[in-house]
Design a protein around this ligand. Structure first.
Ligand code: F6P
Length: 326
């Protein structure tokens, strides 16, 4: 067992529902194992500005049910510079931190890797992002809640689409990954789903639209991942209006509504498991790794691998989407 006196925890990058549950689990696992937890405000910015304090079990009371992150989050431009990381290290050393648990996505993990490389500060990553684009875990914290939020929103939009015989393009988040689009598209009964992982030309899309018209569909929901390469929802809607003037086309960009709200049960459990796993990994002597859950087991993946690889989109799921939308 590695002896640890003080461990810092921060949230970085885009907030995700369940981050609070992950902070809580990290803080309480530290206390359970006799380590002093230090909570760092606003991600790496808090390290640079020396904005951190010792926490106790009550500091993280009544937050498991809250969305966002009570520590706040930031994408720190200064931490991307060597000078910024040096300042951060000096503050971390003065606060006697032995290690840091970084809850965030790939940008945050890149920062953690550099921090460890340059200053030997031990870091363990916990995957927190709605995008589900981190390798080494079946799901990232926040993804499940975001899926449910999106499906609920699309169900509501479908009421109008059906009542007015309209075609809706709905843009969902995911950066350059299509996990949110594919899964919510299937769950909300979308007529078509456009994701960056699948090569589909605008012409192919138009063909399938014509096909669904011939199949007697009077309204349509098309879920489009923000990273899709068909030109984006506004471009697509213009193209459809031009080609099929009979369609009444609308666009909805769901935006940040997808990142907010109470975390689902599944995200709270995932976050709790991973917060504990991060502290246990540090005690075990690990660093430069991310903890994740694969097939119900805690697994560790080098940070470098977690950010350089993507989980693959399930081709069977794409086939399912095609079959159920005939
Ligand atoms: O990574 C999470 C995410 O919500 C992406 O899906 C999206 O592309 C991006 O963050 C938006 O970032 P911001 O909130 O900084 O605009």
């Amino acid at each position: 067992m590695t002896e640890l006196k003080r461990v810092g925890v921060l949230t970085s990058g885009g907030d995700a529902p369940g981050m609070n549950a992950a902070i809580r689990a990290t803080v309480r696992a530290c206390i359970y194992y006799g380590i002093v937890p230090v909570v760092i405000q606003e991600g790496y910015k808090g390290l640079i500005e020396n904005n951190m304090e010792v926490a106790d079990a009550r500091t993280v009371a009544n937050i498991i049910n809250l969305g966002g992150t009570f520590l706040k989050s930031a994408r720190s431009a200064e931490f991307r510079t060597k000078e910024g990381r040096l300042k951060a290290f000096e503050n971390a050393r003065a606060a006697e931190l032995d290690a840091i648990v970084v809850i965030g996505g790939d940008g945050s993990f890149t920062g953690a890797m550099l921090f460890e490389e340059e200053h030997g500060m031990r870091c363990v990553g916990v995957p927190g992002t709605i995008d589900n684009d981190i390798y080494g875990t079946d799901h990232t914290i926040g993804y499940d809640t975001a899926l449910n939020t999106v499906v609920e929103a699309i169900d509501k939009i479908r009421d109008t689409a059906t009542s007015h015989n309209r075609l809706f393009f709905i843009e969902v988040m995911g950066r350059d990954a299509g996990f949110i689009a594919l899964n919510t598209g299937i769950a909300s009964g979308a007529e078509d789903i456009l994701i960056p992982e699948q090569e589909k030309s605008v012409d192919q899309f138009m063909e399938s639209l014509q096909k669904s018209g011939r199949a007697g569909k009077t309204s349509s929901i098309i879920v489009v991942a923000e990273g899709d390469r068909c030109g984006g929802v506004f471009e697509l809607s213009r193209a459809v209006e031009e080609k099929f003037p009979e369609y009444e086309v609308k666009v909805t960009v769901l935006g940040h509504i997808q990142r907010g709200g109470k975390p689902s049960c599944s995200d709270r459990v995932l976050a709790s498991r991973l917060g504990v796993a991060a502290v246990e990994a540090l005690r075990n002597g690990d660093s430069g790794i991310m903890v994740g859950i694969r097939d119900q087991q805690v697994v560790k993946t080098p940070l470098e691998r977690a950010i350089s690889k993507h989980n693959q989109i399930d081709s069977h799921l794409m086939k399912v989407a095609q079959i159920v939308s005939v």
